[in-house]
Design a protein around this ligand. Structure first.
Ligand code: GLY
Length: 214
């Protein structure tokens, strides 16, 4: 019985702005956590969700706490999850003040009939749950520590011991993006996809290109 787990903590110029040893240590800690879930027979879906949650909590990535601001200085976050065993998926786009968008994306999948909720509607849904909200200062607090120019989207893909695949992705999008801009990360089939019959995918890079290439 084998399993696989891969994570990413961003492409682009991030490595020039955060010392590589810090990034590697962070990624290794997240990998170790995900590995523990899979070693115990946990699901690929749980492993990728947990890995992305941890990456969102680390301010060195452009997701969750470390998200970069849009052109107005606001933080609008995208995230998605997909379960390759069932083809169920959940996503949130352009959400504000949500500590862990990947967890809200999972709840969209598990608690609604929909695949994606965006903006105020997604936040309204979050308020009906035990979602952890933060103030904009949560993001701004992290921002001055790191020069933010890159697109360090985070993500994870996994195969568990049952052979099931899953993928999860989370991002703050592009630096100084237009308010309301949605990238590839929450679009199932663009930035995030998983199907046991095929593969699991979590993209990082220029979302507009992934959206066009599907
Ligand atoms: N790939 C992340 C984004 O473009 O938003």
């Amino acid at each position: 019985m084998s399993f696989s787990l891969m994570i990413h903590g961003g492409a682009g110029t991030r490595s020039e702005t955060v010392p590589e040893n810090i990034v590697i240590a962070s990624l290794n800690a997240v990998l170790a956590h995900g590995r523990t879930i899979l070693e115990k027979g946990g699901s690929a879906f749980d492993a990728v969700t947990e890995c992305v949650r941890l990456l969102e909590d680390d301010p060195i990535y452009n997701a969750g706490r470390g998200a970069i601001a849009n052109a107005n200085g606001d933080y609008e976050l995208d995230a998605a999850v997909m379960n390759g065993a069932t083809l169920e998926a959940g996503a949130v786009a352009c959400v504000r003040n949500i500590k862990n968008p990947v967890l809200l994306a999972r709840q969209v999948m598990e608690k609604t009939k929909h695949v994606m909720l965006a903006g105020p509607g997604a936040e309204e849904f979050a308020r009906t749950l035990n979602t952890e909200f933060v103030t904009p200062g949560y993001f701004q607090e992290a921002a001055p520590k790191i020069k933010r120019e890159s697109h360090g989207t985070v993500g994870a893909v996994a195969k568990d011991m049952q052979g099931n695949l899953a993928a999860a992705t989370s991002t703050g999008g592009w630096s100084a993006k237009m308010p309301g801009r949605i990238g590839d990360a929450p679009l199932i089939g663009s930035g995030t996809y998983a199907d046991n019959a095929g593969c699991a995918v979590s993209c990082t890079g220029h979302g507009e290109l992934f959206i066009r290439a599907n």
